[in-house]
Design a protein around this ligand. Sequence first.
Ligand SMILES: [Zn+2]
Length: 396
Amino acid sequence: MFLGEYDALPGLSQKGGATYYEPLEKEGSGHGCGHNLLGTGAFSAAVAVKDYLEQNNQSATIRFYGCPAEENGSGKAYMAKAGIFDDVDIAISWHPGTFTTVMTCSSLANYAATFKFTGKSAHAAAAPHLGRSALDAVELMNIGVNYLREHIIPEARVHYAITNAGGTSPNVVQPYAEVTYLVRAPKKQQVQEIYQRVVNIAKGATLMTGTSLEIDFEGAASNLIPNKTLYDAMQQQILEIGMPAYTIEDEQHAQAIYNTFTPEVQASALVGLYREDAMQLKDQVIANHIPNVLPEFVMGGSTDVGDVSWNVPTVQCTTVCMALGTLLHTWQVVSQGIMPIAHKGMLQAAKIMACTAVELINNPALIEEAKKEWKDRLDGEAYVSLIPEGTKPPTL
Ligand SMILES: [Zn+2]
């Protein structure tokens, strides 16, 4: 089964190919995470495997899952909760990147919710004693959570945004205000535990301010379960397929994009690689070398692929689709998304995924081994969705 994402990001509109910042549309959306390539590449892999099976008179069930709203909507978490991955053997996907390698990382589980406080408006000077400030509640909640930080595991992250400060007039006691919180931690249970403490702080803020509280669920993702059996098998395919050929124009464009990065960003381009790989790549702007497989680590973000990986052994790779050092969620990703470097990386990923699937189809023992590893890693823990019961996916 192949997973395809295709959502864009708000505020990242950018002219394709430009080597300077130029939005096409003010506050428009743009493919700042390369999901235009992700969905198409995964779909190409599905079609290639179908063709292979037909040409070789073999039979297997290949599915392509179009997955909406990865960035902000927990699309796959809703899909997993609905059980649509339950009868799948193996999930295969990829993500555009700056290196061609398998993903050995786990990701942080997360949970997002909006805390909506309601108080009473009043004239802030003439009758402040009759008002109950929802903005005070938001501020006190934030202060409480900022004190909480010292007493949670260091790997956890808690972010917030005040999405409604209650108005623009200081002369009105703000009757309504809201703040959105995002809690992340390496494991689902850790996220649930920290989130519960955040809820208690919010309740404390209502007691302090005489306001009431409503909490709206915004989204959640489980941590990603890596699978060594599968990423080792995929790495074999990466090494066999190799890197695409790049032209002088590809290099020149990548260099021009690279020149837009701050020295700090340029210096971070090779961080995390083995020294020998970093040495190989140090003078390149397109990473035309396949680095050694990295040891497993927890990446600093979250993905709803995590929920898939709790239900079915999952494997992913990245391929070079942009200049070395390019950071996801920036205009430089959008700009490069229509360039030959991106198309080459997309087709390379499609080949890697398709060949991995064929290898698995032709070698069922490998699938069994991957399933056994997956069971061992979960260690008897059943998948429980972080999405509250009865919650429907948000629609526009
Ligand atoms: Zn992405």
